[in-house]
Design a protein around this ligand. Structure first.
Ligand SMILES: Nc1ncnc2c1ncn2[C@@H]1O[C@H](COP(=O)(O)OP(=O)(O)OP(=O)(O)O)[C@@H](O)[C@H]1O
Ligand SMILES: C[C@@](O)(CCOP(=O)(O)OP(=O)(O)O)CC(=O)O
Length: 398
């Protein structure tokens, strides 16, 4: 007789911060030195998908990512598993069909439908999805953002949809360093996001190591955390609540610029943005100058890729500008991915006003057109990535 397997499959979203998290006050619990705020992106375009299964028949915890077995030795993954089991035990809710699932080992299988470890926040989507899936498996309810936070700081914001704040908190045990939804994905339905992928290569300094060096060496980071971010968070929350795009955009760009200034203020310095990233910055400011107001905002994480926030009405013209300054290979049918929108060619006299030379074909690899979306989703059993024996349905990169 085969041993019973209980499993859950979920998807989890990426989030892109508009007020950046950079720096920890506690490395193990992952407690930040400042609050942060992000938009959760729609899972139609970017998502992690994870199946977690528990069975008395499994001999050890195992994990597969994008078709390859991974070690679960990683302390962050261990902390997440430990914390989920602890919470399930505490709530006495870990039992299903009167079986003590909490002593069972788990199998985890996950895949991302976008490049992993390429500055597109795969860790945030992946860890939020993992924690959400485990919470469904072990019937842990209530806020799980503090568990996701222990997997990767920014992951705590991906457990909610819409616009999400990660409160810095003050407690030593991290109990008040949690994510909170500022506005749902339905609050500002016109908000769109264009991700300009400059490079999908692995970054040379990871966020974890980069922010450790910044905390140790950057006086600007200290000033930012103490003096700048608290006010900026208030202003950003207000801008979102009022749907004031200009304020939202200005704050977003200033915060991205300050985060990258902190990186340069780090010793030795860290530079994530490339020449192409800086040309995107110039293009955005030129477009905003043309409109005589901010209609477009850039933000860059720990890599060269730009994330542009804008309102739906401006997407066609902005895509037209991007195609002019960053021309693409016309044979590349996959250049603009995601939501459909026909680029609108800007008038020549308008382009003449912008003192940027068009870049050679290939400066941008591709563009993802998406919007703000909901938090993690529970899927039906038929979507499982594990078969009836608890092994991955496909061991080839899915
Ligand atoms: N679906 C997933 N499930 C579990 N863990 C994942 C998943 N996707 C990514 N990860 C973990 O996140 C790591 C990548 O994180 P890393 O911070 O290097 O890149 P990133 O999140 O794509 O970029 P960034 O944080 O700069 O936006 C992977 O090596 C893996 O350990
Ligand atoms: C630049 C950022 O994207 C940094 C993200 O850092 P991580 O959350 O990846 O770092 P760890 O907590 O060490 O896992 C800014 C942000 O998302 O707020």
């Amino acid at each position: 007789m085969s041993v019973k397997i209980i499993s859950k499959t979920c998807t989890g979203p990426v989030n892109i911060a508009v007020i950046k998290y950079w720096g920890k006050r506690d490395e193990k619990l992952i407690l930040p030195i400042n609050a942060s705020l992000s938009g959760t992106l729609d899972q139609q375009q970017l998502r992690a998908k994870t199946t977690v299964a528990a069975s008395a028949g499994f001999t050890k915890d195992r994990m597969w990512l994008n078709g390859q077995e991974q070690s679960l030795d990683n302390p962050r993954l261990q902390n997440v598993l430990k914390e989920i089991r602890r919470r399930a035990r505490k709530r006495k809710s870990g039992c299903e069909d009167d079986l003590d699932m909490l002593t069972w080992r788990v199998h985890i299988c996950s895949e991302n439908n976008f490049p992993t470890a390429a500055g597109l926040a795969s860790s945030a989507a992946g860890l939020a999805c993992l924690v959400f899936s485990l919470s469904k498996l072990f019937n842990v309810d209530g806020d799980i953002s503090d568990i996701a936070r222990q997997g990767s700081g920014s992951a705590c914001r991906s457990v909610y949809g819409g616009f999400v704040e990660w409160e810095m908190g003050k407690e030593k045990d991290g109990s008040d360093s949690v994510a909170r939804q500022v506005a749902s994905e339905n609050h500002w339905p016109e908000m769109r996001v264009l991700i300009l992928v400059v490079s999908a290569d692995k970054k040379h300094v990871g966020s974890t190591a980069g922010m450790q060096t910044s905390v140790k060496t950057s006086p600007l980071l200290k000033h930012r955390a103490e003096k700048i971010v608290p006010e900026r968070m208030q202003a950003m929350i207000e801008a979102i609540q009022k749907k004031d795009f200009e304020s939202f955009a200005d704050l977003t760009m200033k915060d991205s610029n300050q985060f990258h200034s902190v990186c340069l203020d780090t010793y030795p310095p860290i530079s994530y943005m490339t020449d192409i990233s800086h040309k995107i910055v110039r293009m955005v400011h030129a477009i905003n100058a043309h409109f005589k107001k901010s209609v477009l905002a850039y933000t860059f994480d720990a890599g060269p890729n730009a994330c542009l926030y804008l309102l739906e009405d401006h997407v066609p013209l902005v895509l037209g500008f991007i195609n002019h300054f960053f021309p693409y290979d016309v044979n590349n049918e996959q250049y603009i991915r995601g939501l459909l929108s026909e680029p609108q060619k800007p008038e020549q006299k308008l382009l003449n006003d912008i003192p940027i030379n068009p870049q050679p074909v290939g400066a941008l690899q591709y563009i993802i057109h998406t919007k703000v979306g909901p938090g993690p989703q529970l899927l039906e059993e038929e979507h499982s990535l594990l078969d009836v024996s608890g092994m991955p349905t496909s061991l080839i990169n899915a």
